[in-house]
Ligand binder design. Sequence first.
Ligand code: ADP
Ligand code: MG
Length: 219
Amino acid sequence: MAYSAHPSYSGLFLTVEGVDGAGKSSHLDWLADALRAQGKTVVLTREPGGTSVGERLREMLLHEAMDLETETLLMFAARREHLAQVILPALMRGDVVISDRFTDATYAYQGGGRGVSRNKILQLEQWVQGDLQPNLTLLFDLPLAIAAQRLAQGRAQLDKFEQESQVFFENTRAAYLERAADAPNRICIIDSAQSLEATRAQVAHAVLSQLNLNLTAYL
Ligand SMILES: Nc1ncnc2c1ncn2[C@@H]1O[C@H](COP(=O)(O)OP(=O)(O)O)[C@@H](O)[C@H]1O
Ligand SMILES: [Mg+2]
């Protein structure tokens, strides 16, 4: 059954996106804490993963080589479980859900990076989530040379995706930017080549202008 008939919910669904090393994780705890300080109940989660089944799929997805269509299907299998067990129940309760990656990442990585057709991803998206979309997506964007440099400094061990080629990441980044151009009301591009402080200020600005929640006191 698709989610096209899902009841309306009172929560807020936020996602953060961007290539590896773009700076997503660096702002998640701050964002969650700032929203909690505003009285929100926040569920911080990630993809692939976020559930027991999803985390086991994540292990496979990040560390085992597999057929690219298998990879795409497993991403959506993990997503379905995540929606059913975590995201939708939280949104129904009225919570704020912040997910470190969601479906835009599949369009970017499996679509842009690996070349799975957009139409196949669209079919799986409709099957798994119907018309459910995040209320706001923060797309952390920066020149890939900077992302690679930051990853090289910050990470001891790189997963299957983080070890991909420059061409893969160029295509992934381009697909993310294409998504943003197609959904300008949902996806806010954050220039994460800037300092942590300046990047965070952009996040606060996006949350204020899109969701009318003022987090600037916590900057
Ligand atoms: N604005 C920034 N300026 C300098 N270094 C940064 C900035 N944002 C993140 N970093 C560093 O870059 C690395 C990757 O950031 P991270 O938040 O883990 O990226 P992601 O979660 O998108 O892969 C980390 O070591 C982090 O400390
Ligand atoms: Mg991260």
